[in-house]
Design a protein around this ligand. Structure first.
Ligand code: NAD
Length: 273
């Protein structure tokens, strides 16, 4: 299957299919160097969040790159303790300032707290005011999305969820496709256990790619956006070098069938943060 480097969202905005994730990169220099390296390697999307505490470093690396703002796609998220209508608007202001940007491409509710409807209403307002280009959510199950739909004028266009071969999210992917919501896969490489699976190893050998590249290509083939994280320059480059081969449909299906419903982190129906 041919896959383009960007995906068209419901409102016509193009989002890069591979973005650079910056979770667990609190140290200023680590985040700055990581984003700098990623932009040099050809990434045009960066996925941060208020809770990652690196929005300033991300903003500085963007500036230092000299890449035109309109050629970049920046995602950030409102943290759980800042949810609710007014708090979300305030949290957005803070993120915008830290990133030193005039607008954010994609703004997400980080996790579905009981206030998720008010939080989404604030995100809609930011969208109306053109301070964000795309409204979205993260870690929303189908029933959370249905809660949002009940109050939304504009449905979320992206749902960022944990997804990898050990958690292929088939039913949520189908529901989101039905509602024209694109999925971004966080922890796209999973725990790494899948790298040693015979199917993945065999495909890596067949295509002359690494197991990580096979898994990331699988994401593209099933319609996902993926935001792999690495601080190692070779891996940063490797993780975006996945456009020169494709997997056959039975190979895609074989990877999807590795699903064991294994989560690397909390279930959005049961978290205590
Ligand atoms: P990941 O799947 O991107 O990476 C997991 C680990 O794989 C990394 O720590 C790295 O050591 C290793 N790795 C990276 N490239 C590799 C390669 N080519 N070969 C071998 N190993 C490699 O998982 P992640 O960092 O948890 O998630 C990615 C991004 O998703 C985060 O940085 C963040 O931006 C986002 N995220 C969002 C949420 C959310 O709640 N919305 C939660 C977690 C992460």
């Amino acid at each position: 299957m041919t896959v383009s480097k960007t995906i068209l969202l419901e409102n016509g905005v193009e989002m890069p299919r591979i973005g650079y994730g910056v979770f667990r990169m609190k140290e200023h220099e680590v985040a700055f160097n990581g984003v700098k390296e990623a932009l040099k390697a050809g990434y045009r999307a960066v996925d941060t969040a208020a809770i990652y505490q690196n929005e300033e470093a991300v903003g500085e690396a963007i500036k230092a790159s000299g890449i035109a703002r309109e050629d970049l796609f920046i995602t950030t998220k409102v943290w759980n303790t800042d949810q609710g209508y007014d708090n979300t608007l305030r949290a957005f202001e803070t993120s915008l300032k830290k990133l030193d940007l005039d607008y954010i491409d994609l703004y997400l509710t980080h996790w579905p707290k009981p206030t998720l409807a008010d939080t989404y209403k604030a995100i809609e307002r930011l969208y109306d005011e053109k301070l964000i280009r795309v409204p979205g959510v993260s870690n929303h199950h189908q029933h959370h999305l249905e809660e949002v739909f009940a109050i939304a004028n504009v449905k979320p266009m992206v749902n960022q969820i944990e997804c990898h071969p050990s958690l292929s999210q088939d039913s949520l992917r189908a529901f989101c496709a039905e509602h024209k919501i694109k999925l971004t896969a966080w922890a796209p490489l999973g725990t790494g256990i899948v790298f040693t699976h015979p199917i993945v190893r065999q495909l890596a050998q067949k295509y002359g790619k690494t197991p990580a590249q096979i898994v990331l290509r699988w994401h593209l083939e099933i319609g996902n956006i993926a935001i792999p994280k690495s601080v190692t320059p070779e891996r940063i480059a490797e993780n975006i070098d996945i456009y020169d081969f494709s997997l056959a449909s039975d190979e895609v299906a074989a990877i999807t069938a590795l699903n064991t419903f294994h989560r690397t982190s909390a279930d959005p129906d049961n978290f205590d943060f």
